[in-house]
Design a protein around this ligand. Structure first.
Ligand SMILES: *[C@@H]1O[C@H](CO)[C@@H](O)[C@H](O)[C@H]1NC(C)=O
Ligand SMILES: *[C@@H]1O[C@H](CO)[C@@H](O)[C@H](O)[C@H]1NC(C)=O
Ligand SMILES: *[C@@H]1O[C@H](CO)[C@@H](O)[C@H](O)[C@H]1NC(C)=O
Length: 371
């Protein structure tokens, strides 16, 4: 009887706990491609544990490589493995396994239709051919394929991610891959962090920059590698880390409080492990206001104004259309490095009032009211 009662109480407690956080775990309404809502899109690669990646190198008769594969590999490694390890607080270990040989593609570079933009089918065919050229390479323990293109090829200007539709992957040596990345000429501009951005798509994260022409970084400025790869605040948003499983549920404060009540929370900087990381205040079925602490550590070491960063998450918004928007909304500011709050200041959004009470070198104290 006692055992049964205990079991019932535990289950009930578990249910309540789950339910409290579920209001904050905004749902992804269209679970394909990429998305900022929960759960991560089903056929993306794991974002925790060991991720084995086969790295291939291709060139063309009309554009033979003039640098060694080792030289090109050194652009992405060890930069990208280190970035993932640090950003995930050690939870994700990416193992890049290079096949150090230039594989010669069968057609001229222009014949792959990779310019001016790259279609789903063109990229799938490109990566599929590259993989088939790696005769004898063991793909059986890899979850992802990265094709590095000779970076001086004008007909391959961009390096996007191939996110297959569910069941729409390509087969190499009998193994189906639904996630892959190919590089382009822009590798030389973005350098190694380019791979972190692209592989994050393979894990399901959407683009935070804007696809429509105009002010490209108007939503998130220099915050998060999914916005501007070379931004000064390129560390991932806490929300992105939560979605990837790098921040635990126990590190989230879900502000589902009633009107006229308040929360007082000490947040630990996102760049360092442990502590409470996010306050999430849901404001609509697919929308929440999120508060986190950003300090000059790790890959944020060049930010100009450490402090509380407030943003809006909209899980119904697709990549390129503003799934995350830094607050206050100021679409003319493409940088937003000064969008962080100042100690002692207060910020209002809808019926939420955020007061930045005090700060230490690694933490920020914040009071959130609902009125
Ligand atoms: C390789 O070729 C490109 C374009 O033709 C050139 O800009 C670059 O300097 C060359 N690199 C080397 C190492 O020869
Ligand atoms: C990664 O590769 C290693 C060495 O080939 C293998 O032992 C391991 O099982 C692989 N891990 C996964 C998750 O496939
Ligand atoms: C941010 O604020 C600092 C100090 O006021 C100023 O020097 C800097 O130009 C600002 N940066 C941007 C991008 O507005």
């Amino acid at each position: 009887m006692n055992l049964l009662l205990n079991f019932l109480l535990l289950s009930l407690f578990g249910l309540i706990k789950t339910d409290l956080l579920s209001k904050c775990r905004l749902q992804n309404p269209s679970p394909y491609g990429t998305g900022i809502g929960f759960p991560r899109v089903k056929n993306r690669v794991n974002s925790v544990g060991i991720l084995n990646v086969s790295v291939l190198f291709v060139d063309f008769n009309d554009n033979p490589a003039n640098r060694t594969t080792q030289d090109i590999f050194s652009i992405i490694s060890p930069t990208s493995e280190a970035f993932f390890f640090k950003s995930s607080y050690g939870r994700l270990q990416v193992k890049l396994r290079p096949y150090f040989k230039w594989l010669r593609m069968s057609k001229r570079s222009i014949d792959y239709n990779m310019s001016p933009s790259i279609s789903y089918t063109a990229q799938k065919a490109y990566i599929s051919e590259a993989s088939s050229l790696a005769k004898g390479w063991d793909f059986s323990t890899s979850q992802l394929i990265v094709v590095m293109t000779n970076p001086y090829v004008y007909a391959v200007p961009y390096g996007p991610t191939f996110n297959a539709n569910l069941g729409g992957g390509f087969t190499v040596n009998g193994k189906v891959f639904e996630n892959a990345v190919s590089s382009g000429k822009d590798l030389l501009y973005w350098k190694g962090y380019w791979l972190n951005h692209e592989m994050s798509h393979a894990m399901g994260l959407p683009d935070l920059y804007e696809y429509a022409s105009g002010s490209q970084f108007k939503f998130t400025g220099g915050w998060s590698i999914m916005g501007n790869i070379n931004g000064l605040g390129r560390e991932y948003f806490g929300w992105e880390r939560w979605l990837l499983g790098w921040i635990q549920d126990s590190q989230i404060i879900c502000g589902t409080f009633t009107i006229h009540s308040y929360l007082r929370v000490t947040l630990t900087a996102i760049e360092i492990p442990n502590g409470l990381k996010l306050i999430v205040v849901p404001i609509a079925e697919n929308k929440a206001v999120v508060i986190e602490s950003r300090k000059k550590y790790g890959f944020d070491d060049k930010i100009t104004k450490p402090g509380l960063l407030v943003y809006l998450v909209d899980s119904s918004s697709r990549g390129g259309t503003g799934p995350i928007k830094v607050l206050p909304l100021n679409l003319n500011d493409n940088n937003k490095m000064n969008a962080t709050m100042s100690v002692g200041s207060e910020f209002n959004y809808e019926n939420i009032k955020i007061f930045y009470q005090s700060s230490s070198s690694t933490t920020d104290d914040v009071i959130v009211f609902k009125h």
